[in-house]
Design a protein around this ligand. Sequence first.
Ligand code: BG6
Length: 369
Amino acid sequence: EKGGYETFMEKEIHEQPHAVRDTLLGRTDEDGQLILDDMRISEEELAAVDRIYVVACGTASYAGMTAKYAIEHWTRIPVEVSLAHEFRYCDPIVDERTLVVSISQSGETMDTLMAVKHARELGARTLSICNTHGSTIPRESDAVLYTHAGPEIAVASTKAFVAQITACFVLGLYLAQLRGETYADDAKQVMAELHGVPDKLESLLGTMDRVEEIARFMADSRAVLFLGRHVGYPIAMEGALKLKELAYIHAEGFAAGELKHGPIALIEPGQPVFVVVPGPDTPHELHKKVVSNIQEIRARGARTLVIAEEGDEDVVPFADEVIRVPHTSPLLQPLLTVVPLQVFALHLSTAKGLDVDQPRNLAKSVTVE
Ligand code: BG6
């Protein structure tokens, strides 16, 4: 049942190319127009949406944070990501032109379900991105966009995460198309690039031996920090979450630009820091800025574990380790950069002799508030 792998998590990490491919399947018609499943919201209603809330918990919330950059860029609709259990208590600004997008692998997370119900009471349109057919959250929503990651058994989410990001991209492109011609070409180009991601994931997964080795050497780490900027920021937080969940190591993800406003005080000789580096073609010189963050922490003795695109030589002088990912356009990078962080947490947990699939105190789906 584990398909020759030691753990479900390892199997599921290797199923990520399929998760992305299957989630994209059947999403475009012969004219290249995007199609969604189960739409009980009219196109007119969707075209009128002027605000989006994403509600989710844990890894699913990081998928939402990642997607925010893409959806806002393509649609120009403001997107707010709210932890589902905070949503009801923040007096959210919601009306019938608000689309509340819930993201949940199980479709049963009580916190997320309650947020969806609250959104409906306030008159919002609700759309569920979910991996489990027939589960409660899709049933309680006006529309559904299923991720096709297949059943996820390991408590820590991996393949559902990349599928959720993919589904959010499909949704963003669909909304962009509804809102006007100017985005149509963009949508086709992004879809074409998305279809190329599974092959890139496949080749990336074939290069993870060094990450496994690094994880083994780091089995007695007390704390690990993760830095990222732009779409790399939620990935830094996801990397930290994975390490907490699986290896019980104190871990924190930061926005790289925030470093100088506080977290740099944590850097002492030998402190391991993962840095997710934006691709060199990311706008606003973000690549250069993150490279100089690496330089700053290295100068203070940090052990820098750098995730960078193939061919990015600028990082080499300041990196103790360079972990390479294939090139993609900036918004799609998270689908690749998250992989080494998943693999790292998996092998560190294994090296500590822990139960990878069933970490202590956690449940796959939390059906209480
Ligand atoms: C948590 C799980 O309790 O629920 C996480 O441990 C998961 O791995 C989160 O990300 C949300 O779950 P779901 O099913 O709503 O995506």
